[in-house]
Design a protein around this ligand. Sequence first.
Ligand code: SF4
Length: 215
Amino acid sequence: MIKLSKTSKLDGIMSWSLEALETCPGSKNKDGSLVEACSGCYATTGNYRFKNVKAPREFNKRDWKREDWVQDMVQALDSSRYFRWFDSGDVYDLNLAHKIYQVMQLTPWVKHWLPTRMEKFPKYKAIITKMRELPNVSVRFSSDSVTGQYENGLHGSVIIPDPTHLQDGMTLCKAYEHDGKCNGCRACYDKEVNLIAYPAHGRSMAKVIRIALAV
Ligand code: SF4
């Protein structure tokens, strides 16, 4: 059985997730330390430490390898119009990436949003390019910066310390104006929106930003 999760932010839109960090090879620098954006990761604190939140993520790490997983996912998305891959975790395995591509292809009625850091690894480029070619898919390569640095044409999202750091060409995530909820905004799922800027939130992230701005 497919296990989807629902985060309060996303207006009831469902996600399929894995455990953070363990399935996020793109979260680490060459020396093994975490990149800035992942150092204050919300998915390693708070509710994400609870057993009932961890269990489905551990289950999913085994479940996607099943032969019928693609068909079961397609069925699970039967009445969805939007879907977010990974409110925690990432596409840590190339075979998983190919299966996700099949799900995307077989569900043209769903707008998929896939945030990822796996584009750092050359072997993922081909499958991510194929995903991007689908009209219903928005793949967002996340910048590692927490101070708004990004590469134009490469990154699809970046963290900024607060809305005053918004730069030309960025679309501001205004969830902070709506009690941390999307409130009808669907910019992340829209492939015409090039770069989303997320104002930082949470105490751990505030600390990471203080250090980053002081350097
Ligand atoms: S940009 Fe819009 S869709 Fe994306 S997280 Fe923010 S409020 Fe939600």
